[in-house]
Write a protein that binds this ligand. Structure first.
Ligand code: PMP
Length: 402
């Protein structure tokens, strides 16, 4: 049985007051809070095991390397990758997508096509635009329907023999839409295209099995799954990663360097130039363990989303933006006649943390004819009292403004 109050007690940041009110943290899609286990593991590394990995032949380095590589296996298990070397450490989802856009992207030629969707985060738009400028590939945009879902027949119509890659989010950070990624992957593969899933918003709320999904790449950030900032993961199929050239050069990624040329290290090191974010990797493994222990929270999270939707639907001035139900993690809305930032500021005065703005999805906002929305996003540690408090504070805010 899932117990949100037990889970909540593990998070020091949730035990505080903000503006003399108990903190209600509903900005989890931006970043989640961190459990004590993550904070402790990172501090212990710096206290006792601090050394560079893979290099020195001394005890601290051996300990650091052991933890660092064991973390890779934890993440391998989290997403059910076939091999640990299919897990590449990056700086975040952004770093992972840029790696693919630069490395896999360098194999593409003018006339090749990459498809993204109209609901993508800037991190899954701009790297492809930069690639298009460099190499002349064509960027195609799969449109969305009025409920903020990918128009699947329009998507299918875009697939053709020139499509080399489809890159879409698992879950939209701006709307909470869960995309039919299994169908997208199958259709793309039939057309001969590879598929990258931006899992930034999927990893904390969905069970991800990359072998079952058969995606070619899956990218995510540590800080949105109870882990530290500055660390993320690119999962890639081994054969594909092996065929891709290195992107960034430096230490760690080489086998041999001379002024006549350089040979490169094997996977995963080929893609991990320089000293990595060792403490964050160690913290991320703890976050993954925590995430696996809270798998039973899926039902609890769905109930919180349903409670949020019901409360918001009951407010006349409020319009839900995106799907009418079934959002994953995030619910986006606007308030007639009010600016989203004013609402967020007034909520903050009542101890409620939400996000207001374009959510790094300006093209999506432009299509919706909006400057921004207010987004309430939940995590496993939220409870129904948080949602009640949020709804009461929002009602109070609307009354104040009327
Ligand atoms: N994609 C999506 C769907 C996201 O929500 C985010 C973070 N808001 C990113 C990509 C970028 O993640 P990061 O900033 O951690 O690299």
């Amino acid at each position: 049985m899932f117990d949100a109050s037990q889970i909540r007690a593990l998070f020091p940041a949730l035990q505080q007051q903000v503006n003399q009110r108990k903190l209600v943290y509903l900005d989890n899609a931006a970043t989640t809070q961190k459990p004590e286990s993550v904070i402790h593991a990172m501090a212990e590394y710096y206290r006792y095991d601090n050394a560079n990995v893979h290099r020195a032949s001394h005890a601290l380095s051996a300990r650091a390397t052991r933890q660092f590589e064991a973390s890779r296996e934890v993440i391998q298990r989290l997403v059910n990758a076939k091999f640990p070397q299919e897990i590449i450490w990056t700086q975040g989802t952004t770093g992972a997508i840029n790696l693919v856009a630069n490395s896999y992207g360098s194999l593409l030629e003018a006339g090749d096509e990459v498809i993204i969707s109209a609901m993508e985060h800037h991190a899954n738009i701009v790297p492809w635009q930069l690639l298009a400028e460099r190499s002349g590939i064509k960027l195609q945009i799969a449109p969305i329907n009025g409920h903020g879902q990918i128009d699947m027949s329009a998507f299918s119509a875009l697939l053709n023999e020139n499509t080399r890659l489809v890159s879409v989010c698992h879950v939209s950070n701006a709307l909470g839409t869960l995309n039919p990624i299994a169908e997208i992957i199958a259709l793309s593969h039939q057309a001969g295209a590879k598929v990258l899933i931006d899992g930034a918003q999927g990893i904390a709320h969905c069970d991800v099995d990359v072998q079952q999904l058969d995606c070619d790449f899956y990218a995510f950030s540590g800080h949105k799954m109870y882990g530290p900032t500055g660390i993320g993961v690119l999962y890639g199929k081994q054969a594909l990663l092996d065929a891709m050239p290195p992107w960034q050069g430096g230490g760690e990624m080489i086998k041999h360097v001379s002024f006549n040329g350089t040979s490169f290290n094997r996977l995963p090191f080929k893609f991990e130039a320089g000293t990595p974010n060792i403490s964050a990797v160690i913290g991320l493994a703890q976050a993954a363990e925590f995430l696996q222990q809270t798998r039973a929270s899926r039902e609890h999270e769905a109930q919180l989303v349903a409670q949020l939707l019901e409360g918001l639907h009951a407010m006349e001035q409020v319009s839900i933006i995106g799907p009418t139900k079934g959002q994953i993690g995030s619910v986006s809305f606007t308030v007639t006649g009010e600016h989203h930032s004013d609402i967020a500021t007034l909520l903050d005065e009542q101890g409620i943390a939400v996000r207001a703005g374009h959510h790094c999805a300006q093209p999506l906002m432009a299509q919706l004819g909006l400057k921004g929305t207010i987004r309430a996003s939940i995590a496993a540690y939220n409870n129904s009292a948080d949602i009640d408090n949020f709804l009461i504070a929002l009602k109070h805010t609307l009354a104040l403004l009327s």
